[in-house]
Design a protein. Structure first.
Length: 53
């Protein structure tokens, strides 16, 4: 479970790197990167739910 969460966090950090935004912030450089973040968070949540079910 922790590995999945870490992978999601690394991906979201990469989104900030791509857009040149602060990884500590919640703003992304574009709507597309913001949507990618939302989908990554959803994917992690669903994978964790599967693991803990």
């Amino acid at each position: 479970m922790q590995e999945v969460k870490d992978m999601g966090a690394a991906f979201i950090e990469k989104l900030h790197e791509i857009g040149g935004t602060d990884p500590q912030g919640d703003r992304f450089a574009s709507r597309d990167l913001s949507l990618a973040n939302t989908h990554a968070e959803d994917a992690v949540m669903r994978a964790v739910r599967h693991i803990t079910a």
